[in-house]
Design a protein around this ligand. Structure first.
Ligand SMILES: Cc1cc2nc3c(=O)[nH]c(=O)nc-3n(C[C@H](O)[C@H](O)[C@H](O)COP(=O)(O)O)c2cc1C
Length: 380
């Protein structure tokens, strides 16, 4: 394939490079996948307002997210098992993000550990926390994130039980993969992936294995989540986590105005309007369709971010125009990583940056901080 020009190009390439069970893990939503699809398709309903004969020189995409400088308002979302899209995936993606000047968020369920990522980066990354029943283990994760100088904690609120993704069950997803004839065949079909994977020792859940008590075998996210995640987690626990962490806190997985107001009351620094990329409650509305209602509910009392369905720089601009201060991409960077390793993540970010820059100019704006609802057709 010629140089990929779109996130869709990277997706096609990733499908050819990554064993089926791991490609499917990224490209899946819960049950019928209706929310996964709506996240993407609802962006295309929003039309932009073309403006002409305005000065388009000296454009800037630089801004801040939770007060931290970013070269564009697009962070890498926390994604589990990223080190199975490509060997050492989290370390490669974190370095790509650092060089690009955008935040990288490491998942609790990553393959490379907090310490692995800290060892290859020079600027702080963000850590995403899943809250387990074993609070000592949670405290230890927070302690390790602090020791690694992480500059924000992203508390995921929408996954205390796991939504069912049919593809993962059918594929018998695990990390490391099982050695059944089916799995061996899937890997044999992807020899470059195998060669890279043979050269790394990082094939297990690096934040968990050897750290969590009484957890000998963590092959599958679903079994681990079922046994360890705390289904009783509530708003009152957020205060405890905030106190233990003591730094910037972002609550991820808010999709309802009432929950957004409750998040403001916790004193968190930001919320992420998100439905976990359509991987949890199938049938829930898309993130972008809920954004205006959430902005109405919280005003400027908390910084509002959004993820879910962003596949282009235009989507980022639409989210900003509807009130988000920052955005995250999950699958777009995973496809880049699976397709071409670190270079692919850089390419994914570059594609989005270019689309954002050109679109901003054609909408008559020069500074990302000036983008508002006036760039949306019918909202000016
Ligand atoms: C393969 C995959 C794994 C994910 N793992 C996590 C995770 O470990 N923690 C978390 O908070 N969100 C996780 N998410 C959700 C993402 O952080 C994000 O909300 C979602 O990917 C955004 O949608 P997008 O992929 O359409 O950009 C995951 C998403 C994907 C696709």
């Amino acid at each position: 394939m010629a140089t990929p020009l779109t996130i869709e190009d990277l997706k096609k390439l990733a499908q050819r490079r990554v064993p089926k069970m791991f490609f499917d893990y990224a490209d899946s939503g819960a049950w019928t996948e209706s929310t996964y699809r709506a996240n993407e398709s609802d962006f295309s309903q929003i039309k932009l307002r073309q403006r002409v004969l305005v000065d388009m020189s000296n454009r800037s995409l630089e801004t801040t997210m939770i007060g931290q400088k970013v070269s564009m308002p697009v962070a890498l979302a926390p994604t589990g098992m990223t080190g199975m899209q490509h060997a050492d995936g989290e370390m490669l993606a974190a370095r790509a993000a650092e060089e690009f000047g955008v935040p990288f968020t490491l998942s609790t369920m990553s393959i490379c550990s907090i310490e692995d990522v800290a060892s290859v980066t020079t600027r702080p990354f963000w850590f995403q926390l899943y809250v387990m029943r074993d609070r000592d283990f949670v405290l230890d994760l927070i302690r390790r994130a602090k020791a690694a100088k992480c500059s924000a904690l992203v508390l995921t609120a929408d996954l205390q039980i796991l939504g069912q993704r049919h593809k993962d069950l059918r594929n018998g997803l695990s990390a490391p993969p099982k050695f059944t004839p089916k799995h061996l065949w899937q890997m044999a079909m992807r020899p470059f992936w195998c060669l890279d994977m043979l050269q790394t020792k990082r094939r297990y859940f690096g934040n968990i294995v050897g750290h969590a008590k009484n957890v000998a075998n963590v092959a599958s996210v679903s079994t681990f989540a079922h046994e360890q995640f705390d289904p009783q987690l509530s708003w009152s626990d957020v205060a405890w986590i905030k106190e233990q962490w003591g730094g910037p806190l972002i609550i991820k997985g808010i999709l309802d105005p009432e929950d957004a107001r409750a998040a403001v009351d916790t004193g968190a620094d930001a919320i992420i309007v998100s439905n976990h990329g359509g991987r949890q409650l199938d049938g829930a509305p898309s993130s972008i369709s809920m954004l205006p209602k959430i902005i109405d509910a919280v005003g400027d009392r908390i910084e509002v971010h959004l993820d879910g369905g962003i596949r282009s720089g235009q989507d980022v601009l639409k989210a900003l125009a509807l009130g988000a201060k920052g955005t995250y991409i999950g699958r777009p960077f995973l496809y880049g990583l699976g397709a071409m390793g670190k270079e692919g993540v850089t390419l994914a970010l570059g594609i989005i940056r270019k689309e954002m820059d050109i679109t901003m100019a054609l909408c008559g704006k020069r500074d990302i901080n000036d983008v508002n609802s006036s760039i949306i057709d019918g909202r000016q």
